[in-house]
Design a protein around this ligand. Structure first.
Ligand code: ARG
Length: 463
């Protein structure tokens, strides 16, 4: 299998072409063709810079820049014949450019290497994904705020250990996710600001002796500045790792909300009705309406966090500068980005469409002795008991209600007095779930007035 012609791009010192297995393990074109438009943008900026610096002629630069647009339109039109023998997107594009414009194409690779080229292309691609994640999160946060506004004072059970804890408001619960996705958004923004430096012109690893202008290409490609160390620039994949790590945390948040939607939409809970648009049926059980979108969102964190771990392991222990190991970076990021974006979009759709079932939420909030803490607080405030004693007295009242098979507000005053004689009629005011939530006005608390204040703050933040 060694009778093939050697590679036209790098085959000068090779007498024979690669073995078929070598070609198969080496080629990345099957996936890195997704970098085509970034590759062409990078090459166009590079060619313009080479001409401005007098490294190539204006005529050659013009031919290269025009020819690259032709290649791009062939790729976008689906007419481009990708070749595995040409390994990757960089060599596929350059080889086609040569067919179109002739020898001038060979001048494009002056003062450049595939090492800075791939770092630049991949950064440009990943930067778009940062932006997509930020706008996807913006849409999701807005959908959650709309839910919070509608149900700022709907009462529902708040849980710890998935056991009824205290009544909370629907708006408060929605706004908890706004905080989580808000942190995700700020993480993506932080990382995007950090990664926006251009590797182009770092060449293979050491920079170049040609009088290039790295600031010019950086600016043309929308980077804030060129990277400051060429060894680091071609060896760095932090921008991809940070994307995967931000995505992992975001996907984890999505999975938590998805899990709640699965529970809430069950026949046993009925807290929420998901729209038909975001549910599926069963092929055998006609009554079923399944929350498949929520389940899939719940699952996505698996592959996204998997990608994060996989790339960490690829990068671990690599000596400077570029090693071919790093070619394994792209598929992980492609897959994670695709799945994060679809998960964000599906969650946004589900949240926009879903309706909270106010009566079921309230009924559930009122069961399970959810206002026991309010009762204990009342004993502290109105009867002067130390909190520990109040806790004990309330425990006895809960046990009494449990034995009678009723809820706390259904106990008679006489029965309550047998547990502690300082209890008066006034206690019934705090036993309703509405009063319970309305009383929790501490900053960030569940009271509708606090929830509305947070909604107003967030609307200002989002603009
Ligand atoms: N396909 C390669 C990658 O994705 C491009 C860079 C190749 N550089 C090299 N020196 N072989 O990493």
């Amino acid at each position: 299998m060694t009778d093939k012609k050697s590679n036209a791009m790098w085959g000068g010192r090779f007498a024979a072409g690669p073995d078929a297995i070598m070609e198969a393990i080496n080629a990345s074109i099957d996936f890195d063709k997704r970098l085509a438009s970034q590759d062409i943008a990078g090459s166009r900026a590079h060619a313009a810079m080479l001409a401005k610096q007098g490294i190539i002629t204006d005529t050659d630069a013009e031919a290269i820049r025009e020819g690259l647009l032709t290649v791009l339109s062939e790729i976008e039109g689906g007419e481009f014949a990708f070749s595995t023998a040409l390994e990757d997107i960089h060599m596929n594009v350059e080889s086609r450019l040569k067919e179109i414009i002739g020898e001038a194409a060979g001048r494009l690779h002056t003062a450049r290497s595939r090492n800075d080229q791939v770092a630049t292309d991949f950064k440009l691609w990943t930067r778009e994904q940062y932006d997509a994640a930020i706008s996807g999160l913006d849409a999701l946060i807005r959908a959650l705020i709309a839910q919070a506004e509608e149900g700022a004072d709907w009462v529902m059970p708040g849980f710890t250990h998935l056991q009824t804890a205290q009544p909370v408001t629907w708006g408060h619960h929605m706004m908890a996710y706004v905080e989580m996705f808000g942190r995700d958004m700020s993480r993506f923004k932080d990382a995007r600001a950090r990664m926006n430096e251009s590797p182009l012109g770092s060449a293979a690893l050491a920079g170049t002796g040609f009088p290039i202008d790295r600031h010019m290409t950086a600016e043309a490609l929308g980077f804030d500045r060129p990277t400051a160390n060429s060894l680091d620039a071609v060896a760095d994949r932090d921008f991809a790792l940070e994307f995967l790590s931000c995505s992992s945390i975001c996907a984890m948040h999505l999975s938590r909300f998805a899990e709640e939607l699965v529970i809430w939409s069950s026949a046993q809970f009925r807290f929420v009705t998901l729209s038909d648009r975001f549910s599926t049926g069963s092929s055998i059980m006609p009554q079923k309406k399944n929350p498949d979108a929520a389940e899939l969102i719940r699952a996505k964190v698996g592959r996204i966090f998997g990608a994060n771990v996989a790339l960490m392991m690829v990068m671990k222990g690599l000596p400077l500068a570029y090693s071919k190991d790093m070619q394994e970076d792209k598929e992980q990021v492609f897959d994670a980005a695709d799945n994060l974006m679809i998960a964000l979009a599906a969650m946004t759709g589900m949240v926009s469409d879903m309706s909270g079932n106010i009566d079921n939420l309230r009924a559930a909030a009122a069961s399970g002795f959810s206002t026991a803490t309010d009762l204990a607080d009342w004993l502290v405030r109105e009867a002067g008991l130390p909190f520990r004693d109040a806790h004990h007295v309330t425990g006895a009242l809960v046990a009494m209600a449990e034995k009678k098979g009723c809820d706390l507000p259904e106990l008679s005053l006489e029965d309550m007095k047998t547990v502690h004689d300082a209890i008066t009629d006034g206690v019934f005011d705090v036993l309703t779930v509405e009063n319970s939530v309305a009383s929790r006005t501490s900053y960030g608390g569940t009271a509708p007035v606090q929830v509305r204040a947070q909604i107003a703050r967030w609307k200002e933040v989002l603009g």
